[in-house]
Design a protein. Structure first.
Ligand SMILES: Nc1ncnc2c1ncn2[C@@H]1O[C@H](COP(=O)(O)OP(=O)(O)O)[C@@H](O)[C@H]1O
Ligand SMILES: [Mg+2]
Length: 335
């Protein structure tokens, strides 16, 4: 039984769809079976970001209205063997065809077959948001380091907390521009996490390659040396329980350099107690979130982080399958 997470934001254009696609890909690279569900009816751009728009036969609306089975509507991403799938949205459908109950039942069915079901949520706090959250076990809130995005995210935090999802909301700060942040021209990571008061899952730098790849229907995550890709890959590893230090915020250009990698070992957030460090499941151990240690997982700058990630993920799979629920509760659970 998999876990369904809604990717939400409040404000539009902060990177929900980009995050859904790239995080899904990063989890698939770690051998997790992932289904991305486009719930942004009318806009339908997750398929284009994945380069799958020409393969759509049926959409979630066809499934909900009984014209297709879920399995008929799923599109396999050929770049990820059997690990990454999309359930597309309909471009012309009336948004009202989705209900909380219908979304929930489709998601429940997907959870039987997938490790993760990531729900790309429409902007705003209207019906589309309610429907997406209804199907979710937990939420990932995406924001930018801009005041308007953070204040919209703040409203969403309140709404999410009122839903009492199984896993409390986690934060991704997307499109960070180090130079602006370091000059104090945008809110800092610490200020944003303080303000929103939810644990940080990770940061993603603003990078031209995100736009370039997405326009080509490719995923930046597939470029391992790209700084934004590293952000998504780090987040995926944390979701699977790896301890991954935050990437460096101190160097001017958003480039991953050898120096960056070694600096990142020592860069952690003072106020983030939960998600930047996470522990491996141990029987009988009940610390709710991984507060105690930040182990430098990438101590050696020459380590191929992807290799480390894959081997750790496989290890986790082999060692802990029956305890998955408990593990997730500790990683994502409310305090
Ligand atoms: N980390 C990033 N760096 C550069 N551009 C980004 C990044 N994340 C998203 N974008 C761009 O921002 C725009 C909005 O992203 P999108 O994922 O469509 O947002 P949303 O789904 O929240 O409306 C897109 O053009 C996307 O390519
Ligand atoms: Mg979107």
């Amino acid at each position: 039984m998999g876990t369904a997470l809604v990717i939400t934001s409040g404000k539009g254009g902060v990177g929900k769809t980009t995050t859904t696609a790239n995080l899904g890909a990063a989890l698939a690279l770690l051998n997790k079976k992932v289904c991305l569900v486009d719930l942004d009816l009318g806009l339908r751009n997750l398929d284009a970001v994945l380069g799958l728009q020409n393969r759509i036969l049926y959409t979630i609306v066809d499934v909900i209205q009984g014209r297709a089975e879920v399995k008929q509507a799923l599109i396999k991403d050929p770049d990820f063997k059997d690990l990454l799938y999309l359930l597309p949205a309909a471009q012309n459908a009336d948004k009202n065809v989705l209900t909380a109950q219908s979304v929930k039942s489709v998601v429940e069915e997907l959870k039987q077959d997938f490790d993760f079901v990531l729900l790309d949520c429409p902007a705003g706090i209207e019906t589309g948001f309610e429907n997406a959250v209804a199907g979710a076990d937990g939420a990932i809130l995406v924001t930018n380091p801009e005041n308007s995005a953070v204040s919209d995210a703040d409203r969403i935090v309140g709404l999410l907390e009122a839903k009492h999802l199984e896993f409390g909301p986690r934060l991704i700060i997307n499109r960070i521009r180090k130079n602006l942040m370091n000059r104090g021209e945008t809110m800092s990571v610490e200020e944003i996490t303080d303000h929103l008061a939810i644990p940080l899952l990770g940061i993603v730098f603003d990078d031209d390659q995100v736009i370039v790849t997405s326009n080509r229907g490719e995923l930046v995550t597939m470029q391992p040396d790209n700084p934004a890709a590293q952000g998504y890959r780090n987040i995926a590893r944390r979701m699977l329980g790896d301890t991954v230090p935050l990437m460096s915020l101190t160097d001017a250009p958003n480039q991953v350099t050898e120096k960056d990698q070694s600096v990142s070992d020592t860069t952690t957030l003072k106020n983030d107690k939960s998600s930047e460090a996470s522990t491996v499941d141990e029987p009988g151990k009940t610390n709710d979130s991984a507060e105690e240690t930040v182990e430098p997982a990438e101590k050696n700058g020459s380590v191929d982080t992807n290799e480390v990630a894959v081997s750790n993920a496989v290890k986790t799979d082999e060692e802990d399958p029956p305890k998955k629920r408990g593990f997730w509760s500790r990683l994502f659970g409310r305090k």
